[in-house]
Design a binder for this molecule. Structure first.
Ligand code: AMP
Ligand code: GLY
Length: 433
């Protein structure tokens, strides 16, 4: 029996808590800081996931046996290394890579160089700094519009800018490099070729040697219907992705997953955790857009519920290095999630609005994201993305219909959600997963 700590506070962490609580191996669950949804599965502890000393205290006081890291921040800042370097913590497994592996997400330049070294298909690119701004401006002229500019470091999901004209791209590059638009995150900027295709994500769980390929998912990043407007953390997701058939996933495995795992090993990077591979499918050929070193949100809300196997058992395999011996079974239903957000998100929005109708949800799971409880124990909004409604179906449509129905049952002031999740996939032939 294990005591487990999940770090993070989103719908992703609620989905982890929901899944882990189904395991016979779970004793007590703690979530830091968690949200009103995770409180239903364990004890929320109001500390920040990047306050390592506070995490240490929590782990020791509650005899935690394993730590699952939800977001990238603590990983890039070295929480796993912190555990390994501490006499009292070093034998407590952390699910998530150490600082060196976390660079796959923490530095776009590192991840591009890694892909080049290991022949992993990705867009042509070059990296520039303040000192090479003029070369950067010249490089832009060699590319076709639109232009893809990426701040090297973590920028809260805002570090990628895709201007349509050369003029805008030049201005953007200057702002990022010369005016530190994203602070130290844009001290280096990756400029790359624009890839035209259809995006999807593939997730891998690895112990550093063997791996399990998790279900594919497609995320809807823009705030507006028809993929318009500002970028968000994600407005919904579906899994599996209809066009990611067996043949396509085989290509991803051979050209991306195996070279990635082998590349990490070759470079002496011990990687234990999730790898989120953002891909562009260009006429059936996979190209890597980015790596993340964690699960996606809201992709987790459709991927994790489709895993039938015991997640603690799989995590034990990751920690012990015997993941290859673990059974890994998937549900062959479609899953869809629709994110309810606060009016105004991803720009300014209000917090603290009363949420009603959660008890009316039927045939969906309400994974809470930006929620908390007020002094009267009512659930109130506490973030831009508020609740992800996940449903299953024999078809993608059936799953979506249930989520949309429940989206109407939950109420709070200025609720908004995209009603077109999955629409772009309807022209594809959809085989049963
Ligand atoms: P990233 O933060 O790297 O995931 O980039 C954010 C989004 O920008 C991605 O989800 C893609 O939609 C888009 N993007 C990034 N790189 C490229 C590229 N080379 N070509 C086309 N779109 C891209
Ligand atoms: N939904 C995209 C992400 O988690 O980065």
């Amino acid at each position: 029996m294990m005591n487990i700590l999940i770090l993070g506070s989103g719908g992703r962490e609620h989905a982890f808590a929901w899944k882990l609580s189904q395991s016979k191996k779970l004793n007590k669950l703690f979530i830091a800081p968690g949200n009103a949804g995770t409180a239903g599965f364990g004890t929320n502890v109001n500390i920040s996931a990047v306050d390592f000393e506070a995490v240490k205290k929590l782990v020791l006081e509650n005899s935690i046996n394993m730590v699952i890291v939800g977001p990238e921040d603590p990983l890039v800042k070295g929480i796993h290394d912190f555990f390994l370097a501490d006499g009292l913590l070093k034998n407590i497994p952390v699910i998530g890579p150490q600082k060196d592996g976390a660079q796959l997400e923490g530095s776009k330049d590192f991840s591009k160089r890694f892909m080049m070294r290991h022949n992993i298909p990705t867009a042509r690119y070059e990296t520039f700094t303040k000192d090479t701004l003029l070369e950067g401006l010249e490089f832009l002229k060699t590319l076709q519009p639109p232009y893809v500019l990426k701040a090297d470091g973590l920028a809260g999901g805002k570090g990628v800018v895709i201007p349509d004209t050369l003029e805008e791209a030049e201005k953007e590059l200057s702002e990022m490099l010369a005016n530190a638009k994203f602070g130290s995150a844009s001290a280096k900027v990756v400029i790359e070729e624009f890839l035209k295709g259809i995006e999807l994500s593939v997730f891998v769980l690895t112990d550093g040697n063997s791996y399990k390929i998790l279900p594919s998912a497609k995320d809807y990043k823009r705030i507006g219907e028809g993929d318009t407007g500002l970028n968000t953390g994600g407005m919904g997701a579906v899994s599996p992705v209809p066009f990611a058939d067996e043949a396509f996933i085989k290509k991803v495995e051979e050209r991306v997953i195996i070279p990635t795992i082998n590349g990490l090993k070759k470079e002496g990077i011990v990687y234990k955790g999730f790898i989120f591979i953002g891909l562009m499918n260009i006429s059936g050929e996979p190209y890597v857009i980015e790596y993340n070193v964690r699960m996606g949100d809201p992709e987790t809300e459709v991927v994790i519920p489709r895993i039938k196997s015991d997640l603690i058992d799989l995590f034990e395999g990751v920690a012990a290095g015997n993941l290859n011996e673990k059974t890994f079974e998937l549900d062959n239903l479609f899953a869809a999630t629709v994110m309810l957000v606060a009016g105004g998100y991803p720009e300014e929005y209000k917090k603290g609005d009363l949420i009603t109708g959660l008890e009316l949800v039927e045939d969906s799971i309400a994974f809470q994201a930006g929620t908390t409880s007020n002094s009267e124990r009512q659930t109130i909004t506490n973030g831009g993305r508020v609740i992800a409604l996940t449903s299953f179906g024999n078809t993608m449509d059936e799953a979506l219909k249930k989520s949309f129905m429940n989206a109407e049952r939950i109420q709070y002031k200025n609720k908004y959600y995209r009603k077109d999740i999955g629409n772009d996939l309807k022209s594809y032939f959809i085989p049963q997963p």
